[in-house]
Design a protein. Structure first.
Length: 359
């Protein structure tokens, strides 16, 4: 497609900063990192470059105690990708296609070497020395709970307000009730207080994971292309005796959570696929079948509304969603994968709009 051939130019300020970072740390060699940061990039090279620069302003990177692994899901070429790959303590892997978030994280985990992994979204910004504090936190957890394996940190909106990052396991009733709630609280909720506490699940946008647990579970479930893989992972971890925690002692600013963005039809198809995949895996047959019917009906209504507005592209996307529901019901895995890839190809512009807007 034409969009794939387009090069997203990086602003001179960030490029200069990265080059300065390259020259100031060129002599450092990571030998045995204890902490690996895994960042999945998709049309977010400016944001990824800024986040990398902030992360590298930590003693953990300079000493080799931490490393950064960036996995790119087939973004258009950009200057920062070449510069980032030359930085000490940073590894860049570029996929030949958009493999989805879960598969890209699993790729990053195989490349990385730390005893703990920190999953970070590119549209996050962190304070100076953040990795030093994360490493200290990881080292303290075995003394507090020797089965602690997944830790979510406090998320903040750009204005400093608390952002929801913890949730209960989805059920059919909770999912339907969420339609009556603000978008910011449909999947997650805000936890007040400053004490760490055990929780059902934490969002994958900023997630500290113990390597032993990750390997025990076989990584993220790659049937999830995007969204709900974090819920599934936390649930599987607890089923195997690991514990999940929320620790607000460390704070990260998350600039573009899903609830503050417009949801184009292609992204809605991907998120509905994730929810249906979760229901098929963790719910009883009848609630899952009911959800499939509800999503199919939703797609039908949205398709008709789109045609009435004269939006043929949106109508076709919702038609694809109806077909995807039918394919899931009939177990047509290859057809489902093809429809997800078709939708993912329409998301380049959606992702690119957010790039360079985290500073």
């Amino acid at each position: 497609m034409a969009l794939r051939a387009r090069t997203f130019e990086h602003d001179e300020l960030t490029t200069t900063a990265l080059r300065g970072s390259l020259s100031s740390h060129a002599s450092v060699a990571v030998e045995a990192p204890q902490l690996s940061v895994v960042i999945v990039n998709f049309c977010q090279w400016k944001n990824t470059a800024l986040l990398t620069r902030l992360l590298r302003q930590s003693e953990a990177i300079r000493s080799g105690a931490a490393e950064i692994v960036i996995v790119d899901n087939h973004s258009p070429p950009a200057k920062p990708s070449r510069i980032l790959s030359r930085l000490s303590g940073v590894t860049v892997h570029e996929n030949d296609s958009n493999e989805g978030f879960a598969r890209a994280v699993n790729r990053g985990s195989r490349i990385s070497r730390g005893e703990w992994m920190l999953l970070l979204n590119p549209d996050c910004t962190v304070p100076i020395g953040f990795l030093d504090e994360v490493l200290k936190s990881a080292q303290r957890w075995p003394d507090h709970d020797d089965r602690a394996a997944i830790v979510g940190f406090g998320l903040r909106n750009p204005d400093g307000s608390a952002q929801a990052g913890v949730g209960r396991y989805p059920t059919l009733l909770r999912t339907l009730a969420g339609l009556c709630s603000p978008r910011s609280l449909r999947k997650c909720r805000v936890i007040s207080g400053t004490s760490r506490q055990a929780v059902p699940w934490v969002t994958g946008g900023c997630l500290l994971v113990r390597r032993d647990c990750y390997d025990d579970l076989g990584g993220l479930d790659e049937r999830f292309f995007l969204y709900y893989e974090d819920v599934d992972f936390c649930r599987r971890a607890q089923e195997r005796g690991w514990s999940v925690w929320y620790d607000p002692g460390l704070q990260v600013t998350h600039h573009w959570p899903l609830h503050v963005r417009q949801v184009p039809p292609a992204l809605r198809l991907v998120t509905r696929h994730a929810l249906l995949t979760y229901s098929r895996k963790h719910w009883d047959r009848i609630p899952s079948a009911l959800l499939h019917g509800i999503v199919w009906l939703e797609a039908q209504v949205r398709e008709l509304a789109s045609r009435c507005r004269g939006d043929a592209e949106a109508a076709e996307c919702f038609r694809e969603l109806r077909r995807l529901v039918a394919d899931l019901h009939r177990g047509r895995a290859e057809s489902v994968a093809d429809r997800i890839q078709h939708a993912a190809a329409l998301l380049y512009e959606t992702a690119a709009v957010q790039d360079g807007r985290t500073s």
